[in-house]
Design a protein around this ligand. Structure first.
Ligand SMILES: [Zn+2]
Length: 444
């Protein structure tokens, strides 16, 4: 689903893959690219030269286009934050937020229902106010860069489905958070983090079986040699074979993707039809080996643990900052305290600031696990050249050759250049290992 719809709502949950499910999404497009001319026999042995060899096979104009799309995302994340802050300020300063609470109190006698009444108004108003930005990001911009397969009708209907899901889940989550705010008072941020973790686990658990099928059809892999290779790789590493699925992503976009989703009994590896239709069997093997790496190395649980700590830090920040705003603007905005739901826009604004600031922490943690999965994929697939070409194919949407600091700050996956270099280095060292073994054998 399109994550932009929910950004004004719970952007930090989305950062964690709350609705977007996949912890490990690999997106790439092959449109306009044909690497069949690359002869893997002519790849230089030296890792640095080999990296240059691959990088030079992409036209400069393609590199520029990818850079423009990717750098646009840096700015969009800032615009999204400012936009949300603007909406929050509007709701508070005009006292619209206070009026929304009055309305829901008049309609519902019980406090819990009154909170839900407020939350529903809040979600609908922020969705409408942020619609121009969602429309640009999710629809026009994707078409502008040739990444989308959706008509306006299918796009808007998916947005609507996403809105309904968020109305149900967010109403429940936020109203429970306010129960905690009223009951626990001072230690709310600790108990609140526990609630968020519980919801996160619940959402991850149900998303492959309840949420993802609302957007795509999932089925076991089609029979054929590709399936045999994938299942052999899976069995050789203890991944249950019935956890590998394919889905029809081509109805939404041209991107090739695969992911690991779910938790405990619902964990599954899924690859999309674009990947099956547009990549060589070697490349499919590499991508699937990477996803299996996430599974085998238990990245889902590692990331969940880190997220729990980050949420707690975020709530602690909200706890302090809210008090500061309360003292200065409480009367003007009609907020009586942090347990007053009129202050919800302020809580969202503060959380968004927090998660915007710590985004590089998230990116670095994510990039580290991605790199681990990359090495796992190289070891399992033994296909360094296919690894390099699949990294090249991401050029359309991920800038290929960023600066060092840029990669550190913004990249949640290693850049194309880093990935190609790592695979060429892997290949070089593995050739050496083989040569040394041969020498030893002939010495005997
Ligand atoms: Zn990954």
């Amino acid at each position: 689903m399109n994550k932009h719809l929910l950004i004004p709502l719970f952007s930090f949950l989305l950062l964690m893959g709350f609705m977007n499910i996949s912890l490990a999404q690999e997106n790439t497009t092959t449109r306009e690219f044909d690497f069949s001319s690359i002869n893997s026999d002519s790849v230089p042995a030296d890792p640095i030269e080999a990296t240059e060899f691959y990088l030079s096979s992409v036209k400069q104009e393609q590199k520029d286009k990818a850079a423009a799309y990717f750098e646009g995302d840096y700015w969009l994340s800032l615009w999204n934050l400012l936009y949300l802050l603007g909406i929050s300020w509007l709701l508070l300063a005009t006292k619209l937020s206070a009026k929304m609470r009055q309305l829901s109190e008049r309609l519902f006698k019980k406090r819990f229902l009154g909170d839900i009444g407020y939350i529903v108004q809040y979600i609908i108003i922020t969705t409408i106010l942020s619609f121009p930005l969602s429309l640009y990001q999710g629809f026009f911009r994707e078409h502008q860069y040739g990444l989308s397969n959706q008509t306006f009708g299918t796009w808007i209907s998916e947005e609507f489905t996403g809105l309904l899901i968020s109305l149900v889940l967010m109403s429940l989550l936020i109203s429970l958070l306010y129960v905690i705010l009223r009951r626990v008072k001072k230690a709310w941020w600790i108990w609140g983090s526990g609630l968020m973790l519980f919801f996160l686990i619940l959402a991850m658990l149900i998303s492959p079986i309840v949420i993802a099928p609302l957007f795509n059809k999932y089925k076991p892999l089609d029979e054929g040699p590709v399936k045999k290779v994938i299942l052999s790789m899976a069995r050789s590493n203890g991944v249950p074979a019935n956890n590998v699925y394919q889905f029809d992503a081509s109805k939404q976009s041209k991107r090739i993707s695969a992911n690991v989703s779910g938790l405990l009994g619902t964990v599954r590896i899924s690859l999309n039809d674009n990947l099956l239709n547009r990549c060589t069997p070697q490349e499919i093997k590499v991508v699937m080996a990477h996803e299996m790496g996430h599974y085998v190395l238990h990245h889902v649980y590692q990331i969940l643990l880190v997220m729990a700590l980050l949420i707690m830090a975020g709530f602690a920040f909200v706890n302090l900052a809210f008090a500061w705003f309360q003292r200065r603007f409480g009367t003007a905005w009609g907020i009586t305290g942090i347990e007053d739901i009129v202050g919800l826009p302020l809580i969202f604004a503060l959380l968004s600031i927090f998660f915007f600031i710590i985004a590089p922490v998230n990116n670095n943690l994510s990039r580290l696990t991605e790199q681990e999965a990359d090495y796992f994929a190289l070891n399992l697939s033994q296909e360094p050249d296919a690894f390099a070409t699949i990294a090249l194919k991401m050029v359309e949407y991920r800038k290929l050759e960023p600066g060092k600091f840029e990669e550190w700050l913004f990249y949640d996956h290693p850049s194309g250049r880093t990935r190609i270099y790592n695979s060429m280095h892997w290949k070089y060292e593995h050739n050496r290992i083989r040569e040394l073994e041969i020498k030893k054998a002939s010495d005997n």
